[in-house]
Design a protein around this ligand. Sequence first.
Ligand code: AP5
Ligand code: MG
Ligand code: ZN
Length: 215
Amino acid sequence: MNILLMGLPGAGKGTQSEQIANDYLVVHIATGDIFRQAIKEETPLGLEAKRYTDHGNLVPDEITNGLVRERLSQEDVKANGFMLDGYPRTIQQAKALSENMDSLGSKIDAVIYIDVDPEVLKARLSGRISCGNCGATYHKLYNPPKVEDTCDACGAHEFYQREDDKPEKVAHRINLQMESIQPILEYYEELGLLHRVNGDDSIDQVYNNIRKILG
Ligand code: AP5
Ligand code: MG
Ligand code: ZN
């Protein structure tokens, strides 16, 4: 199964992805995670991406499309299917992905849009913390680790706040992406692939609704 998970910054893509990947055994591919990893390792991709991600701007399509094309051609993805988190984010990316799927002889099975009130997004991003070891995400109030200061997934004790979660950058990210996401939603709606879920609900409730769509 090949799934796209879409939503504005803080909608819960990463949070829901963890559960979906567990239950459906698809490969989780998050372009934001790939960029953050490359930045941490200071690779050429990371140095280039940092110029954009630090300011909450989108990385240019040529870079992002090339990266995704390469990842989708790998064996684990061909064998298990994928869940893309945070891609496509421009209409050019959506069209590039369609061409890519055609050339791989594959198709997208479902597009899920997690719909959240923009005011709710700000509160979520300002309280988000990420594990410094494995990148699992939590929220100080809404979704804290089960044991204080200990990552549920890997047991590490170091947490950090993302550079682009500082309040002045959060508003910019949300405004920028609200514009670019609309044509993509229309594109998938016309293809009959789009499903909307109410992302204002609790994490478990959102996941229940996603399960109903994926079956
Ligand atoms: P990316 O990492 O994808 O960031 P984003 O889209 O801004 O999304 P987030 O990761 O911030 O939010 P999320 O939806 O995953 O929410 P989460 O589950 O963590 O991209 C980062 C940057 O990389 C971009 O700005 C851009 O520069 C670049 N980039 C990435 N992809 C690109 C592309 N395709 N093209 C160009 N550039 C690209 O949840 C947020 C918080 O809320 C957490 O604390 C969580 O615990 C909490 N929470 C989640 N769900 C709920 C709920 N239902 N109730 C209460 N709390 C909840
Ligand atoms: Mg995320
Ligand atoms: Zn961890």
